[in-house]
Design a protein around this ligand. Structure first.
Ligand code: HEC
Length: 153
């Protein structure tokens, strides 16, 4: 009886140790992963300080526009959503000017394509078709994802 008791205790001990080790190992992997993430391998645009804040505040407006469009779509207010898409995400003269200021040609191209997709989104919303609008929104947001994966300030 005593021997069985000791054997059970030993087994519990081994299992306990094992989980402790695997927890450490998991943390090690996470730390390693974290280190990898800390290396920013994206292309820097080399923006001067005065352009940095301007770009970031523009970006926050883009995010807000996406949020508003989704909210308005959920209330079936497609016309209002269309207006936001055209004015905040579309290729307006201001957007054209802003994107034209960048020296990086590929970044510029991505920026223009993104704003064109904003106008396509505005058109889809204007037509009032939810599925088509969501597809267009997804396409526009693909540009957000793609550009952020490639470039930093
Ligand atoms: C053509 C490139 C490009 C596109 C398209 C783009 N962004 Fe950005 N965005 C950037 C860059 C560059 C930064 C700065 C990132 C850095 O330096 O780490 C940025 C930063 C941001 C930030 C951080 C703002 C802050 O205050 O820190 C947000 C939010 C953002 N973008 C939202 C969006 C959203 C939403 C979209 C799409 C609707 C979008 N962006 C499309 C290039 C882009």
């Amino acid at each position: 009886m005593k021997r069985i008791f000791i054997a059970v205790l030993a087994l519990i001990g081994i299992i306990g140790l094992n989980t402790a080790f695997s927890a450490d190992e998991k943390m090690l992997h996470e730390n390693h992963h974290h280190e990898m993430n800390m290396m920013d391998t994206r292309t820097s645009l080399g923006l001067p300080a005065e352009m940095k804040q301007h770009q970031l505040s523009n970006m926050r407006e883009h995010l807000e526009a996406i949020k508003s469009i989704i909210g308005l779509m959920s209330e079936n207010k497609f016309e209002n959503a269309s207006k936001i898409a055209h004015t905040k995400l579309g290729l307006t003269p201001e957007a054209q000017k802003m994107c034209g200021m960048f020296g990086n040609e590929n970044f510029k191209k991505l920026g223009f394509a993104f704003h064109k997709s904003g106008d396509d989104l505005g058109d889809a919303l204007q037509a009032g078709n939810a599925n088509k609008s969501l597809r267009a929104l997804s396409k526009t947001m693909q540009y957000c994802v793609e550009c952020h994966a490639s470039y930093r300030q």
